[in-house]
Design a protein around this ligand. Structure first.
Ligand code: IPE
Ligand code: IPE
Ligand code: MG
Length: 233
């Protein structure tokens, strides 16, 4: 019997290298990669994964050439505009983590609309990590808690794991069970640092635009065979 992880998080890496290996511009890889997101969202519903979290744009990705960042923002806008039907037909609840206040108003409005329209859907919670960094997430929680202590709402004695987690972007989400990274690199790149503390990692050498539903299933099968001890015996 296969055990389905409740929360799958994916570092969708390798778009640029995939495109270049086909003699195309990096941006073409992002375009094809954005289509794979839809296939994997549907597969998550089919496999009964409850939470799917996709690393879409990191707090470090602003370091890229302006032209690539501009392309990614345009792609985000145009693909968000097309998501309504996918979410409705597949009963997907849409969610975002990260500091989206830096995005243009049109993107922010699209994000809010999609979250609001899908809030009663229950097949899967699809979370896009946008301008997300694990360090940002933890620092932001620490600052919010510090402010609440300053304001006398909380005492420093009240700070524990549960309280801390409630101040992360992922409040109300379970920890990551399975973390997948495509594109051959074996690192976390500032993704869900706190939430992946006991995640099982599965790496793929293939690039994100080549990732399929069958690959996702293979990762789940591999997850299923791992013995998770959480520090116990
Ligand atoms: C992942 O693919 C997408 C983003 C980080 C936005 P990359 O753009 O990192 O592609 P590679 O890793 O350079 O091939
Ligand atoms: C991680 O990929 C970020 C996303 C997939 C959004 P990167 O390509 O930015 O990571 P590094 O630079 O290889 O660590
Ligand atoms: Mg990369």
């Amino acid at each position: 019997m296969v055990r389905i992880p409740e929360h799958v998080a994916i570092i969708m890496d390798g778009n640029g290298r995939w495109a270049q290996s086909h003699g195309r511009r990096r941006t073409y890889g992002h375009y094809i990669g954005s289509k794979v997101v839809d296939d994997i969202t549907k597969a998550a519903v089919e496999f009964k994964i409850k939470y799917l979290t996709l690393y879409t744009f990191s707090t470090e990705n602003w370091k890229r050439p302006k032209s690539e960042v501009r392309f990614l923002m345009g792609l985000l806008k145009s693909s968000l505009k097309k998501k309504r039907k996918l979410f409705k037909d597949n009963n997907v609840r849409f969610n975002v983590i990260g500091d989206v206040s830096v995005f243009d108003e049109i993107i922010q409005n699209l994000l809010m609309q999609l979250m609001d329209e899908t809030k009663d859907n229950e097949a899967v919670v699809l979370t896009l990590a946008l301008n997300y960094g694990g360090k940002l997430d933890i620092l932001r929680a620490a600052k919010t808690i510090a402010k609440r202590v300053e304001d006398g709402e909380l005492s420093s004695k009240d700070i524990n794991e549960k309280l801390f987690e409630a101040h992360l972007y992922t409040a109300n989400m379970p920890d990551v069970d399975l973390l997948i990274r495509t594109g051959g690199e074996k690192r976390i790149s500032n993704f869900l640092l706190w939430q992946a503390a006991y995640a099982e990692f599965v790496f793929f050498d293939k690039y994100w635009p080549e990732f399929t539903k069958e690959d996702l299933w293979q990762a789940i099968e591999e997850f299923s065979q791992r013995k998770r001890r959480f520090g116990g015996l």
